[in-house]
Write a protein that binds this ligand. Structure first.
Ligand code: ADP
Ligand code: MG
Length: 401
């Protein structure tokens, strides 16, 4: 076996006596793609901060390619060949995709010098290859602000690769991406793993399943266990600390909620209060447990601002019963929040993809209309001036399925 590219021994990091990392030991071989998971507060971000030199250990050692990183200042660590991608893309929005990559390959120079100089043949070839790797060749001359969130993530991964690091650290690369974009980022990381060592920190379990070979589970600042996705998933300790905390809804139910959240968002500008009402309603659909509902609300919040591709999501919902639930929930969201025309357009599109019998659609819409007819007087009272406002959370009762 080759010498490890990264070797961490008995590492402890204390913040005012609180051990964010506690006697952690970890090693990885060159060329590995390692995924690190763990509940919130497990120490994942601190773990990356230690490797990049942003945070200093209280005790223990960190060796990269055999070198002790403790003695090396942060700015020099990146030159040793460690590149980090942060959660939010940090690309130059008014430069083109190509210019961003060009800058990254010449990061020692400044922006102006890079833009003024003529790229050499070798540089040009490197950038053409990089554009292919991140599947953005067709958008090479688009300004980065025209890219989707997923494309920006890929561009930033490309910029990182342009600096030829030996070890790539990637923090939650698919947060807020559509399923399709998530899969593309996964494919990109898998292809980069052929020539790089990569550590990915991730929450999205479907994504971890797509890319992971070896998974390390962190808990309370230490390594709880390591193994393949199948191994760790069956480990009772992991179920207890991590998977046990995940919302009880199934992936299908989560898709249903995401589609309904997309309906709500089509309107684009509702008040925070309205958003709260919608999130409450969605979180109660499949769960009676207040703690799970709170977690679900947090998770759904991530989806509210994002484009969601109905073309991709709806066909993944397989049973007619579930399609019916999508319809009910979506119509209710639109109806109860007086979602505007944009919402109606998206709703029509949704009907197309759901492809339910028209009679069923009519019946369901009529049922929901009838519920709202009953509560309408309450809403009128709320808007009259001499009555105190009524809690808008009193939506029609929903069955929990
Ligand atoms: P994760 O990324 O797994 O959610 P973090 O590494 O961000 O976890 O944090 C681990 C623990 O250390 C958390 O309890 C967090 O509150 C604490 N922590 C992180 N950074 C600091 C800091 N600079 N000062 C004090 N506590 C911190
Ligand atoms: Mg974190």
């Amino acid at each position: 076996m080759a010498a490890p590219i990264l070797e961490i021994e008995n590492l402890t990091v204390s913040f005012d006596g609180f051990k964010a990392l506690n006697n952690l030991t970890f090693a990885m071989q060159p060329g590995e793609l390692r995924v690190i998971i763990g509940p919130n507060g497990a120490g994942k971000t601190t773990f990356l901060d230690i490797i990049t030199g942003k945070v200093q250990p209280t005790s223990g050692t960190v060796r990269f390619k055999g070198k002790d990183l403790r003695k090396i200042p942060e700015h020099q660590i990146s030159r040793l060949g460690i590149g980090r991608k942060f959660q939010t893309p940090r690309v130059y929005l008014n430069l083109t995709v190509r210019e961003n990559l060009d800058l990254a390959t010449n990061r020692r120079k400044n922006v102006l010098a890079t833009l003024l100089r003529k790229p050499t043949g070798g540089d040009r070839q490197t950038i053409i290859r990089l554009l292919e790797t991140i599947s953005l060749s067709s958008k090479a001359d688009f300004p980065a602000n025209l890219l989707s969130h997923g494309e920006k993530q890929r561009l930033e991964i490309g910029m990182l690769v342009a600096q030829s690091p030996d070890l790539l650290l990637v923090d939650e690369p698919v947060a807020g991406l559509t399923d399709e974009e998530t899969e593309r980022v996964g494919d990109l990381l898998i292809s980069l793993a052929q020539s790089h060592s990569i550590i990915v920190i991730e929450h999205d379990m479907e994504f971890v399943r797509q890319i992971a070979r070896q998974v390390t589970v962190l808990h309370q600042g230490s390594v709880l266990c390591e193994g393949t996705m199948d191994e760790i998933q069956d480990d009772p300790r992991v179920i207890e600390v991590y998977l046990g905390q995940a919302p009880t809804v199934t992936p299908d139910q989560m898709r249903i909620l995401r589609i309904a959240a997309a309906m709500a968002w089509a309107d684009g500008n509702f008040a925070p209060e309205q958003m709260r009402v919608i999130l409450n309603r969605l979180s109660q659909q499949f769960s009676n447990d207040p703690a799970h509902q709170a977690e679900l609300r947090e998770e759904l919040k991530n989806y509210l601002g994002k484009e969601i591709s109905l073309e991709t999501l709806v066909p993944q919902i397989t049973t007619e019963e579930e399609r019916e639930t999508v319809l009910r929930l979506s119509y209710e969201i639109i109806r109860s929040n007086r979602i505007n025309e944009a919402g109606t357009v998206v709703y029509q599109k949704l009907l197309e993809f759901l492809n339910l019998p028209p009679a069923m659609v009519q019946t369901i819409e009529a049922e929901i209309e009838a519920q709202y007819a009953e509560v309408a007087p309450v809403q009128d009272m709320a808007s009259s001036q001499d009555t105190p406002p009524v809690e808008t959370e009193d939506l029609p009762p929903s069955e929990t399925r």
